[in-house]
Design a protein around this ligand. Structure first.
Ligand code: ZN
Ligand code: ZN
Length: 338
């Protein structure tokens, strides 16, 4: 039996998405066929949409849906299960073996340049993915909340909870309040930080950050300097990276998450690191999806991770409107629903 998927195809860089149909084969032995119910639009989709088109590649990497069929060797899920889709990892390299899947030796090939974007290509009504890409979840959770967990929320919350692991009572600054930054704010609140400074030029975003747990919200010109234990940077531009390092007291740590998709030299005064300050990058907030997505859902059930506050839903047919809203920053997290 073949499945006919409707996919959002991009013919030229930056060009509009066009809906068309594509036949999908039966799942292979370790594959899962998922009927998408919701898919978030993430910043990395926008970056990827502007680079030269990878032939055959469909974008979309924050899918959530229902398992339709599974291959003979799949044991983790069965048809009818509700699943969140996350990033792809090989399961065989040294980093996968020691639980560092975000640093899989084949990460680039499996997630970015291959035919299946992040192993899932979820701007589609159906998708074939690997068993490793799916996380089974309870059936009472709304899909438009589940979808962004697979990338944006995992990245921002993971940078705090998996990488920085702030002590109760410590301080944390978040630079830029998109879905990743606001997830970092919520995670800092979950971790028990006493001082959470949210930084963004957009007053509406700052107001939302205050509702989600920030204790202060300021414009970039008023960002803290030399006082914070931790900082999270979600833009990637040299100015913002430098500001996020400057915000730290020694020996504070900065995590840089902003992905520009191109060469991005940043000039740092080495003296800024001498009192123990450090800066490191992170992919997907170092999250191991099978473990971290259920943890995020637990926080949501406790009312401490209200991701729905970031979401606005769009019909799949309105994908170009959703992409435009994401580019303009008019919506924090557009989610396509099928
Ligand atoms: Zn690997
Ligand atoms: Zn993403």
């Amino acid at each position: 039996m073949t499945y006919v998927a409707t996919v959002a195809d991009l013919r030229e860089p930056g060009g509009p998405f066009e809906l068309r149909t594509r036949d999908l084969a039966e799942p292979g032995p370790d594959e899962v066929l998922v009927r998408l119910v919701a898919t978030g639009v993430c910043h990395t989709d926008l970056v990827a949409a502007d680079r030269p088109v990878v032939p055959g590649q469909i974008l979309g990497h924050e899918g959530a849906g229902v398992v339709e069929a599974v291959g003979a060797e799949v044991g983790a899920v069965e048809p009818g299960d509700h699943v969140v889709l996350s990033y792809a990892w090989c399961g065989e390299c040294a980093n996968c073996a020691r639980g560092r899947m975000a640093y899989c030796a084949r990460f680039l090939e499996l997630n970015y340049v291959g035919e299946r974007f992040f192993g899932q290509s979820s701007f589609a009504t159906f998708t074939l993915t690997s068993e490793r890409n799916v996380i089974r979840v309870a059936k009472d959770l709304p899909f438009e909340f589940l979808a962004p967990l697979g990338c944006g929320v995992q990245t921002g919350a993971g940078a705090v909870l998996n990488v920085l692991k702030p002590r109760k009572g410590s301080s944390l600054a978040v630079f830029a309040l998109g879905a990743v930054g606001l997830s970092a704010v919520m995670a800092a609140h979950i971790a028990g930080c006493d001082r959470i400074v949210a930084i963004d030029p957009n007053p509406e975003r700052r107001a939302l950050a205050l509702e989600l747990g920030a204790t202060e919200a300021v414009e970039p010109a008023d960002a803290p300097r030399g006082t914070m234990d931790h900082s999270v940077e979600c833009v990637g531009s040299p100015d913002v990276v430098k500001a996020a390092v400057s915000a730290l007291a020694g020996p504070g740590e900065c995590v840089t998450l902003g992905f520009t998709g191109r060469r991005n030299p940043v000039e740092l005064d080495q003296r800024a690191l001498m009192n123990g300050r450090s800066i490191r990058g992170s992919i997907e907030g170092d999250g191991i999806p099978q473990r971290f997505i259920p943890e995020l859902i637990k926080y949501h059930r406790q009312g401490r991770l209200p991701v729905e506050r970031l979401v606005r839903t769009y019909a799949f047919a309105d994908i170009n409107e959703a992409i435009a809203a994401a580019r303009q920053g008019a919506v924090v997290k557009p989610v396509l629903v099928f």
